[in-house]
Design a protein around this ligand. Structure first.
Ligand SMILES: C[S@@+](CC[C@H](N)C(=O)[O-])C[C@H]1O[C@@H](n2cnc3c(N)ncnc32)[C@H](O)[C@@H]1O
Length: 212
């Protein structure tokens, strides 16, 4: 028999501040704040990145060490920063707009581990990223202004999370059947439709789906 939903995984029926509360209650919030404080709408940005963490973490728990590529992570690499503080994954942020002096000063000030970046478009770094030592690879596209299916075709990947804003037909897959999808009412922005994808070509697909 399926186990009943707990209060933390039951989807909210209307917009919810749950992600914000969960973030702000933790000590790690003080390290995150300098990056998010620079946003015009910090609550929006925090809940978008936290949505990626919540949905991907359910799959990340099914493997040991892993790498997360954060594509279109913006100037402040906020999703990579969040995952570096909240998970044991190795994180790489990829965006042509990355503010390298700012993220490197933040990393050094808070002694952040497993946090790297590549300044540039994914297509310029995909070959090198695919050559990195073999590990399960997760990908985030948090309001990334990219064509998700095209960018995934460049990568060796196991699972991905995408959150759509202005270009839903490109930011949501047209190619894969999502493992999970929906409207995340904990995301405090207008674009809150998300998909969680498992690569059907991945040798870990069954493991990630929890199929023995
Ligand atoms: C709306 S911003 C989102 C930034 C960040 N994820 C956030 O939510 O604050 C879209 C980002 O996609 C990035 N982008 C566009 N094309 C890209 C590409 N080919 N590879 C990597 N990033 C790209 C842009 O530079 C921009 O920072």
């Amino acid at each position: 028999m399926a186990s009943p939903l707990t209060s933390t995984d039951a989807p909210p029926l209307s917009l919810s501040g749950d992600y914000l509360d969960r973030l702000m209650r933790r000590e790690s919030f003080s390290a995150l704040w300098p990056l998010f404080a620079k946003a015009t709408k910090p609550a929006k940005e925090m809940t978008e990145s936290f949505s990626a963490l919540v949905h991907l973490r359910s799959l990340m728990k099914r493997v040991d060490a892993c790498r997360v590529l954060h594509v279109g992570d913006g100037a402040h690499a906020r999703s990579a920063a969040l995952f570096s503080l909240k998970t044991a994954a190795h994180n790489i942020s990829i965006d042509p707009l990355i503010n390298e002096p700012l993220v490197s000063a933040w990393r050094d000030e808070f002694n952040i581990q497993r946090f790297e970046w590549r300044k540039g478009r994914l297509e310029d770094h995909a070959a090198e990223l695919n050559e990195l030592p073999e590990l399960p690879v997760f990908v985030t596209f948090v309001h990334a202004h990219v064509h998700v299916d095209l960018e995934l075709s460049r990568l060796r990947w196991d699972a991905a999370y995408t959150l759509a804003c202005c270009y839903p037909t490109r930011q949501l897959t047209q190619q894969f059947t999502p493992y999970r999808s929906g409207t995340d009412l904990n995301v405090l922005s207008v674009g809150r439709d998300f998909q969680l994808l498992i690569n059907p070509q991945s040798a870990r697909a069954r493991l990630l789906m929890g199929v023995r």
